[in-house]
Design a protein around this ligand. Structure first.
Ligand SMILES: O=C(O)CCC(=O)C(=O)O
Length: 283
């Protein structure tokens, strides 16, 4: 695998500039000032969670523990002996006052069709998620986000390293079968099993770090994974807009078709109508 240490870092990007420069064609970028007004920035540290919410029970990789105990392990986490990584925790399940700390969402996440009340889904697909982990921990899988949504990852504390590959590299990514086709079979991109995954040698990707105050945009279909360099708190949100609407529609309708072909056709028509009339952008 070849990795280039490179990504654009941009400040003051308007929505229109972001759309022109990073949505067509889609490519990753780090926005350095997209959530500078968040109260969470400078406040959401591991210690904050330990002091204010230490009694909360969390489950990490099947293991239940108090958040206080997890943070103690995160403080002691090392490269060789990483603490469990609490990840993809819907903020909606956390004490409600926390939501105000991560508002407003970065302008470039808008419009997010998943937030439209006219969007044909009974479940919130765009939930804001929280990640808290220690040095040495890794996101467990190289993947692109489900339903071909875009990801915005907002780094609040600590440093992370990301490795990303464009969709053109999919032939070298060893996707799993069926519903897990957005996940790679390669378990460790930095130490891959070269016999089992020989084509991965030909992959070309980007590697970069994400620091506090920075927002990483990972476009739909871009393979990515992360490694924590120092105790870290991150928030993410998934986004649907015009740039990923066709790929999303394909995945979403295929998932519904497994239950009902008729419902899938109705939803497909609704999505096309919402897109053509710009309904999801207005309400
Ligand atoms: O920052 C990370 O750990 C990666 C998160 C991620 O890729 C995801 O939740 O899909």
């Amino acid at each position: 695998m070849q990795l280039v240490d490179q990504i654009d870092r941009r400040a003051g990007l308007t929505r229109t500039e972001f759309a022109h420069e990073y949505l067509s064609p889609p490519r990753p970028v780090i926005l350095t000032d997209a959530m500078s007004r968040w109260r969470a920035l400078g406040r959401w540290t591991p210690e904050f969670f330990k002091n204010e919410y230490g009694d909360l029970q969390v489950v990490v990789d099947g293991e239940a523990m108090a958040l206080r105990d997890l943070i103690d392990r995160i403080d002691a986490s090392t490269r060789d002996d990483p603490a469990p990584y609490l990840r993809n925790q819907p903020l909606a399940a956390w004490p409600p006052e926390l939501s105000a700390d991560v508002s407003p969402m970065p302008e470039c996440t808008q419009p997010n069709w998943l937030d439209s009340r006219l969007f044909p889904s009974r479940h919130p697909l765009s939930s804001v998620e929280v990640y808290i982990g220690g040095r040495g921990a890794r996101f467990p899988v190289l993947h692109y986000d489900g339903l071909h949504t875009h990801a915005f990852l907002m780094q609040l504390h600590g440093d992370k390293q990301y490795i990303v590959f464009s969709p053109e590299q999919t032939a070298f990514m060893y996707p799993r079968d069926g519903l897990e086709m957005n996940k790679s079979r390669i378990d460790d991109v930095l130490a891959p099993d070269r016999v089992a995954f020989p084509l991965f040698d030909r992959a070309e990707g980007l590697r970069f770090e994400l620091h506090p105050g920075e927002t990483l945009f990972v476009p739909a279909g871009w393979w990515h994974t992360a490694r924590i360099l120092s105790s870290s708190v991150t928030v993410s949100v998934n986004v649907l807009n015009r740039a990923n609407s066709a790929a999303f529609r394909h995945d979403y309708c295929a998932s519904i078709a497994r239950r009902s072909a008729l419902l899938s056709s109705v939803v497909r028509a609704g999505l096309r109508f919402g897109q053509a009339t710009r309904l999801f952008e207005r309400a």
